[in-house]
Ligand binder design. Structure first.
Ligand code: G1P
Length: 277
C-alpha cells in the first residue's frame, strides 16, 4: 500500500521573480488556492495520508499553510467567509505533514534522496507541484497511477506527448508499448535536444517510486546541468528491473511557466472556482 507522497519544494522559482523573491513558488495561487494545495489534495484523493515535503531556505510559508491559524479561524467563524478555510482545515485534519530541508540545490534526484528519512523503506508517490494535473472526468492522475502500481508493483512515471521541439524541457522516455496507455521503459534521457530525443514522450511531475530508488540515486553521478537527476536513477532501475511510463488521463498545466500558469488560472476559474468545486 502506498501511504506517503513526497513533494520536492526547495527550488528557487527564478522564472517567477520577483513574485517568488520572498514567497515560495509553491505558494503561488491558482485563483484562490496555492499550487501545493492542489498537489496535496490530489495525493489525499488517491488515499495518501502522509505528506513529506522537502523544503529549503525561505519556505516557511509552506509549513504555516498546512497548520491551523487560530486567530484567522476565530476571526471568520460564523461569517460568510468561513467556508474559504474549510477545505484546508479538512486537509490538515486528515493528513500528516512532515518536513526536511534540502540545503544545497543539487537536482531533483538529490531532492528526492533528501526525503528518504521521511519515507523509509516503502514505495511512495512524488508530486512536482508546479505541474498542476486535473482530470474533470474521473480519477486524478495519482489515483490512476496507484491503481497501476497495485497491479504491477514497480516504479511508474507519468508521461504525455509534447511537440518535438520541446523535448529539452523534460525527461524523455522510449519503451515498448504493453497496453494502449502504458510503456515498459527501455531508455530515458534528461532534457535532450530534439535531435537526441528517443521519442516525444515527456515525463511530467508525477512518479511512483519503489524504495530501491534511494540507493540508485545515491550511486548516480551528476548528469544534465551538473545535477543529480531522477531520470538517470530511473534508467538504471529500468535496466535492472522494470519501470513503466503511463499516458495519464486528464489535463496538465506547466505552472512553472507564465503561459501554463495563466492557462491553469483560467481553467480553474471556469471549471472549478465558478462551479464551486
Ligand atoms: C523535472 C525532471 C524532468 C521532468 C520535469 C517534469 O524537471 O527533471 O525529467 O520531465 O520535472 O516537470 P524540471 O522541470 O524540474 O527542470
Amino acid at each position: 500500500m502506498i501511504r506517503k507522497c513526497l513533494f520536492p519544494a526547495a527550488g528557487y522559482g527564478t522564472r517567477f521573480l520577483p513574485a517568488t523573491k520572498a514567497m515560495p513558488k509553491e505558494m503561488l495561487p491558482i485563483v484562490n488556492k496555492p499550487l501545493i494545495q492542489y498537489g496535496v489534495e490530489e495525493a489525499r484523493d488517491a488515499g495518501l495520508q502522509h505528506m513529506a515535503i522537502v523544503t529549503g531556505r525561505g519556505k516557511r510559508a509552506l509549513e504555516d499553510h498546512f497548520d491551523i491559524s487560530y486567530e484567522l479561524e476565530h476571526q471568520i467563524r460564523g461569517t460568510a467567509k468561513e467556508h474559504f478555510l474549510a477545505g484546508t482545515r479538512e486537509l490538515i485534519d486528515s493528513c500528516t505533514f512532515s518536513y526536511t530541508r534540502q540545503v544545497a540545490m543539487n537536482g531533483l534526484g538529490h531532492a528526492i534522496l533528501c526525503g528518504q528519512p521521511l519515507i523509509g523503506d516503502e514505495a511512495f508517490a512524488v508530486v512536482l507541484a508546479d505541474d498542476l494535473c486535473i482530470n474533470l472526468d474521473g480519477d486524478g492522475v495519482l489515483t490512476q497511477m496507484i491503481k497501476l502500481y497495485n497491479q504491477f508493483r514497480c516504479s511508474i512515471v507519468a508521461i504525455q506527448e509534447v511537440p518535438a521541439d520541446e523535448t529539452s524541457k523534460y525527461g524523455v522516455i522510449a519503451g515498448e508499448l504493453i497496453r494502449d496507455d502504458l510503456y515498459r521503459v527501455h531508455n530515458m534521457v534528461e532534457k535532450p535536444q530534439p535531435e537526441d530525443a528517443p521519442s516525444n514522450l515527456a515525463i511530467i511531475g508525477r512518479y511512483i517510486l519503489t524504495p530501491d530508488i534511494f540507493g540508485l540515486i545515491a550511486d548516480t553521478e551528476p548528469g544534465k546541468n551538473g545535477e543529480i537527476q531522477i531520470t538517470d536513477a530511473l534508467l538504471k532501475q529500468a535496466k535492472a528491473g522494470c519501470v513503466l511510463a503511463y499516458k495519464f488521463k486528464g489535463k496538465r498545466f506547466d505552472c512553472g511557466s507564465a503561459e501554463g500558469y495563466v492557462d491553469a488560472t483560467n481553467f480553474c476559474f471556469e471549471e472549478l472556482y465558478l462551479k464551486g468545486k
